[in-house]
Ligand binder design. Sequence first.
Ligand code: A2P
Length: 340
Amino acid sequence: MSKKYNVAIVGATGAVGQMMLKILMERKFPINNLHLLASKKSKGKTITINNSDYQVSSLNEFNFQGVDIAMFSAGSDISEKYAKVATKNNAVVIDNTSFFRYEDNIPLVVPEVNSEKISLYKETGIIANPNCSTIQMLVALKPIHDICKIKRINVCTYQAVSGSGNEAIDELKNQVYAYTRNESLVNNVYPKQIAFNVIPQIDKFMDNGYTKEEMKMVWETKKILDSSIEVNPTTVRVPVFFGHSEAVHIELENKITAKQVKDILGKNNSGVVLVDDHKDGGYPCAANECEDSNEVFVGRVREDISIKNGINMWIVSNNIRKGAAYNSVQIAELLIKDYL
Ligand code: A2P
């Protein structure tokens, strides 16, 4: 019989944690014992997936002994406090927060881009899952970069509220409801109204005037794809529930045509789906293509008419799936295939 693994999901009641559970089931991950962990207030709650009920336990009472893989998605503070408790008990941690991402000896992995880095986990027991916006951008850009070096990326994102968790999904729903009834809108998660609005701030402001989400795209592109690539990001929250969209403009070392880019993206088998017809609706949209899919969708591929070696494109993906839970499960699958 093939080996089965003891898996813990930390933050199992959250938007990403629940999706981790769903995707582990969808992909028939070989699970022996499954531990669903959240805060004290969720202890004893039941989560039902595919007609099976799973009980939630409290993280602070949990003993990680015997756990093979611990998938963390309960915020940086929780990863800071508990990830090393898990690794001390010999669990391999796949961390979805930004807490460990920038440590040199911790691999930051997008399987389609740098799966070979996973082996570095042996040093610390931790593998970091990158930021959602960076993941989908790099899945699309890696096959192009392999053929023709990218020098600079100019990117504007249009990010769904689910990236801020379940509370943010509720905030958008409640504001839309209140708006249609002419009631006042309450905002606890975002600094301004998100319903029928566009907010040019994701995460906190840094000293250089960029937001942390923007700097994540800079740091993580360099760490995962190529340290010589310059990134100029603007990250924006939009009133969409699931799916981040990105207008991406790349400058390359040499001339490459839109047709060549489409050929590269269309034929390779690396998680990209090309949706690019020059007709009404012939492009991917968050609410259509990526509601329930793990792929990265690319459309609107065209040559930049303002510079010499530039290509523009539109990249869309489900931020909770490929941007978080699916990427983590892919890492777990590689771990059990090659290392555990
Ligand atoms: P809980 O539901 O018990 O608060 P989201 O990203 O959707 O906001 O979800 C955050 C996840 O992190 C939830 O599963 C939440 O559990 C979990 N979480 C938050 N604080 C803690 C904590 N102190 N200990 C364990 N899990 C926590």
